[in-house]
Write a protein that binds this ligand. Structure first.
Ligand SMILES: Nc1nc2c(ncn2[C@@H]2O[C@H](COP(=O)(O)OP(=O)(O)OP(=O)(O)O)[C@@H](O)[C@H]2O)c(=O)[nH]1
Ligand SMILES: [Mg+2]
Length: 222
């Protein structure tokens, strides 16, 4: 069993575990449900039952820190995509998937990213790019280099996965949590810098100086 499954109960009850709202996106049939099922239940879904919307809860220990993941497995089929903008607003991080055997799904991944950027109007949304079905090498239509180049353009981690063979599945989900934490850390650092700047010795000096001036009147007055 992987680290994700075994260490979950060890952290329960000690202190509040940080929750992460994760959304799995991508074209129909790329393997979103299969990846999610492999990650959460260690089972391969070997048939295609188009998803409308499913939510999974999963506890894991990621980089030594406990995490409670709420994973939303979304619909790739266009007839079920009415809620798309709502969950794009609610999600904290996104697993954007395509299939290495379907060129169209790679183009669709770009469309999903555009939509995320439009809905969230920020370039700091945590994302991982996932190229699934890498076990089907003989049917490959999208090269590893193309995936890597796209991820570098998006400034996000990239994983080639196989839900069928459980290749890099945990890494992709864990990678997203690390990405959320990294960006959160950056935000906190920036906020604390700003706070420090507001109370810098120079600001303090100027504030005191202005108070003195108010009390004593202008310095050159006689
Ligand atoms: N060989 C192989 N087949 C896979 C892999 N992942 C998924 N599949 C198969 O691809 C088909 C579609 O998988 P799903 O997980 O249902 O795809 P989905 O993205 O959830 O599809 P929608 O819910 O319709 O959006 C199924 O028959 C899976 O068994 C993989 O890594 N390798
Ligand atoms: Mg599905």
């Amino acid at each position: 069993m992987s680290e994700a499954g075994t260490q979950a109960s060890a952290v329960t009850g000690k202190r509040a575990v940080r929750g992460y709202k994760i959304v799995v996106l991508g074209d129909g049939g790329v393997g979103k449900s299969a990846l999610t099922m492999q990650f959460v239940c260690h089972q391969f879904l070997d048939y295609h039952d188009p998803t409308i919307e499913d939510v999974y809860q999963h506890q894991a220990r990621i980089d030594g820190e406990p995490a409670q993941l709420e994973i939303l497995d979304t619909a790739g089929q266009p007839e079920f995509t009415a809620m798309r903008e709502q969950y794009m607003r609610a999600g904290e991080g996104f697993v954007v998937c395509y299939s290495v055997i379907a060129r169209r799904s790679f183009d669709e991944a770009l469309e999903y990213k555009k939509l995320i950027d439009r809905v969230r109007s920020a370039d700091t949304t945590p994302i991982v790019l996932v190229a699934n079905k890498c076990d089907l090498e003989h049917l490959r239509k999208v090269s590893t280099e193309e995936g890597r180049a796209l991820a570098s353009q998006w400034d996000c981690p990239f994983f080639e996965t196989s839900a069928a063979q459980r290749v890099y599945v945990d890494d992709a989900f864990h990678g997203l949590v690390c990405e959320i934490r990294r960006r959160e850390g950056k935000r906190k650092q920036a906020a604390s810098k700003l706070k420090k700047a507001k109370t810098s010795p120079l600001r303090q000096f100027l504030r005191n100086f202005n108070v003195r001036k108010k009390h004593n009147g202008p310095l050159n007055s006689t």
